[in-house]
Design a protein around this ligand. Sequence first.
Ligand SMILES: C[S@@+](CC[C@H](N)C(=O)[O-])C[C@H]1O[C@@H](n2cnc3c(N)ncnc32)[C@H](O)[C@@H]1O
Length: 459
Amino acid sequence: MHKIINKKNIPQILDVKIEKLSNLGFGIAKVDGYVIFVSGSCPEDFVKIRLTKKNKNFANAEIVEVIKPSPYRVEPFCKMQKVCGACQLQFINYPKQLEFKRDIVKDTMRSIFGSEIEVKEVVPSPKVTEYRHKLQYPVSETKESKRIVAGYYKQNSHELVNIKHCPIQPEFCNEIIEFIRIASKECNVSGYVEKEHKGLLRHVVIRTSAYSRKNLVILVINSKSVPEEIKELANGIFNEFENVSGVEINFNDKKTNLILGDNTKLLEGVDFVEEKLCDKIFKIGAKTFFQVNPYCANNIFEYIKKYISSNFVSPTILDAYAGISAFGICLSDIASEVTTVEEVPESVSLAKNILKENRIKNIEAYCADAGVFFEELVHKGKQFDITVLDPPRKGCTEESLNYALKLTKKAIIYVSCNPATLARDLKYLKENGGKITSVQPFDMFPHTYHIENVAIIEL
Ligand SMILES: C[S@@+](CC[C@H](N)C(=O)[O-])C[C@H]1O[C@@H](n2cnc3c(N)ncnc32)[C@H](O)[C@@H]1O
């Protein structure tokens, strides 16, 4: 048995071998059973590390020297990889990233179910660069020269890294951002300084379509009204780029980490881009949830469609946490009737427009809290053959899961971007009569520790 060493007597600097990756992408080393999370390390690295924080049961550490690199290390293709916190795993070769991510899902499932659940091999992303079709750059300005900087925060910090070229987003987004940096200065648009809650431009959000190659640009400003200089900037962006479908202003003058405020105003062009999934056209607005990697999303949608069409004939389907009803719309061809529920009104009204434009007649889209809506349906005695659950990272409440079980006759398909909450919710579904038949990971976010999963629970 391992002796748990006392955190007080563990040396500050030590040599360790990295065993595997944690669910947050840190390398894990163990010293006499004491767990150390080493940032920027890869399984099979032999490294000299410095402890940066000691806790009772684990410590955090950074690499002082790579003594013997793991055979899975590669040169990151982005020069900013070490400073920018976005692509934690870019220094690991892609096939190994997929293996390690599968291990993360397997470990999470094993901690709850033992070896009972088979986690399939990860379906790779069809594109591993320029795949990210939603960009959200915080903006600020330099102290002395007041130059506009825009990029990502360093990992676990609010220190902004000015990113001129990000290879995981479409190249033209980099060009639009560079134009905004230069044009802001010319239009006297100041960058937001978080500490002082001063300055105008605080974020640039770009929604990009893989289908039409158009971009919707949203300038998030620290103001309640539209100053002239922002109008000038918006007009400059719209006139400069043919592939910008519209420029909007979002008002966010609160001291908050939330990127978008409640109100958005269209200044130029139209307030959407059109995306295509499963041969259907979707309109995506500033606040619309849409999968950030449309190439991988298409694989997920086709996987679910194939499962349903090979097992059921014209089923009734409930699509919950539906966003713009993307699952419902893609599945409408093989369903007799689809009901979707989503709490953001803007997404539901976009869904209704998409239904009209795609002439889809067998879907009803509702705007409500999923739990409240489920309860109403249960009281009405309504049931569906299939329920698709695609909640946010925090997963579902037990109450919602309980209602979902009551509402579903044949199968629940649970789509999740968080293995931990997925495992927790699968446990509840299993304990209450569900049979978990498969967990299929998809690599929606190459080079990051994030992983999307589709679990099928038959009833
Ligand atoms: C992960 S997204 C999935 C969206 C959609 N299924 C798709 O693939 O495009 C989760 C969605 O759930 C919505 N949501 C979050 N909490 C909700 C709740 N309590 N009731 C209804 N919808 C909710 C969010 O607004 C978001 O659109």
